[in-house]
Design a protein around this ligand. Structure first.
Ligand SMILES: Nc1ncnc2c1ncn2[C@@H]1O[C@H](COP(=O)(O)OP(=O)(O)OP(=O)(O)O)[C@@H](O)[C@H]1O
Length: 331
């Protein structure tokens, strides 16, 4: 049923148990619409890599079902699923050129030399590496090796590409460039990418669908704007950063740090504390307050505004916000 499917990938109450302890993945359900860039985001140990490995078929599913393009593949062999995995350490063959690394899986499939070289060139072009086709991995930079690894995982024409922390080995500059490339390539191919990351920025920048996980379950799934602007619970608000979680008369609420101001203002909600940290961030200054009975509170103040009223570390100060900017949390 590869025609007419609505979702490139579906997880139906998927559980993974290792031994007798708490499950690593606990009955998660997720639908990834066609041609989506999906990021699985969460802290270390939340179960995101296990979820990816179950999609790839590198890990058995304890309970539940996985579908790719509408067809169940829960127990299918990795090569029979229509998925391909790109790993954190690109694991290129050191003795093969870029071209031969990319062509390798076609060789295993018995594709003729002429055709596999032609297809490998096509995929090297896609990742803008055709000019270095004859280089060996140790003659390429980390970013270049990664492009080759990407071409290598795409040449089998997967329905869904799985990426396990693909940018974590790159320096910050290259990471931002490569993430733009990943997005471009995903849109160009029109297939879904499922990308595991613990970086909030990366997920928000890349994903059509952000899936925030914690403790083996999905805490929220939605567009980047949905999860950032309307977090459903305190975990999502705190993990994405840039939010304060406050207790109000009607329960818990989140309020964005960039919608908070320092100082008492008429008609605004206020919490008193003292200045614990002042961090210059270029266009804004992040001020962290310690307040009794609360986790640290932060205000993100435009730089020019901050330097009109610079603060002293340890001094008393008030965080204020408009009630209208509060967003109620479900937990
Ligand atoms: N082979 C295994 N045997 C036993 N427990 C495992 C195994 N693999 C993972 N786990 C456990 O399952 C849970 C989820 O692990 P997983 O690797 O999926 O987390 P993660 O979110 O990808 O973390 P990280 O970002 O650190 O890779 C963890 O508690 C981990 O210790």
């Amino acid at each position: 049923m590869t025609q007419g499917h609505r979702f490139d990938a579906e997880l139906v109450a998927v559980t993974k148990r290792y031994g007798h302890g708490a499950p690593a993945v606990d009955a998660i359900s997720l639908r990834i619409p066609r041609a989506s860039y999906c990021c699985l985001l969460g802290p270390s140990g939340c179960g995101k890599s296990t979820t990816l490995r179950m999609l790839a078929g590198h890990e058995e599913v304890s309970d539940g079902a996985i579908l790719i393009h509408g067809a169940e593949i829960t127990k299918a062999a990795p090569v029979a699923r229509g998925t391909s995995m790109m790993f954190q350490d690109y694991a290129l063959f050191p003795h093969l050129t870029a071209l031969d690394n990319v062509a390798f899986s076609l060789k295993v499939q018995g594709v003729s030399k002429l055709e596999r070289r032609a297809r490998a060139r096509e995929y090297l072009q896609l990742v803008q590496m055709d000019h270095l086709a004859d280089r060996l991995p140790n003659q390429m930079s980390g970013g270049q090796q990664q492009r080759v690894a990407l071409a290598r995982s795409l040449i089998t024409r997967p329905k869904v590409l799985l990426l396990d922390e693909p940018l974590s080995a790159l320096d910050p500059f290259l990471r931002i460039r490569m993430r733009a490339e990943l997005k471009r390539i995903q849109k160009e191919l029109g297939i879904s990418f499922i990308h595991v990351t613990h970086s909030q920025d990366e997920a928000l920048a890349l994903a059509d669908l952000v899936v925030v996980m914690n403790n083996a379950v999905i805490m929220q799934a939605g567009t980047a704007r949905e999860v950032f602007e309307t977090p459903q619970n305190a975990f999502v608000a705190k993990f994405l950063g840039g939010h304060n979680v406050v207790e109000t008369a009607t329960g818990r609420a989140s309020v964005r740090a960039d919608q908070c101001v320092i100082g008492k203002r008429a008609g605004m909600r206020a919490l008193d504390g003292k200045v614990a940290m002042i961090e210059y961030q270029g266009t804004s200054v992040r001020i962290t307050l310690e307040a009794a009975g609360h986790d640290d509170l932060t205000a993100l103040v435009p730089t020019a505004v901050y330097f009109d009223h610079a603060l002293e570390l340890g001094s008393a100060c008030t965080l204020s916000w408009n009630a209208a900017d509060e967003h109620p949390l479900q937990g």
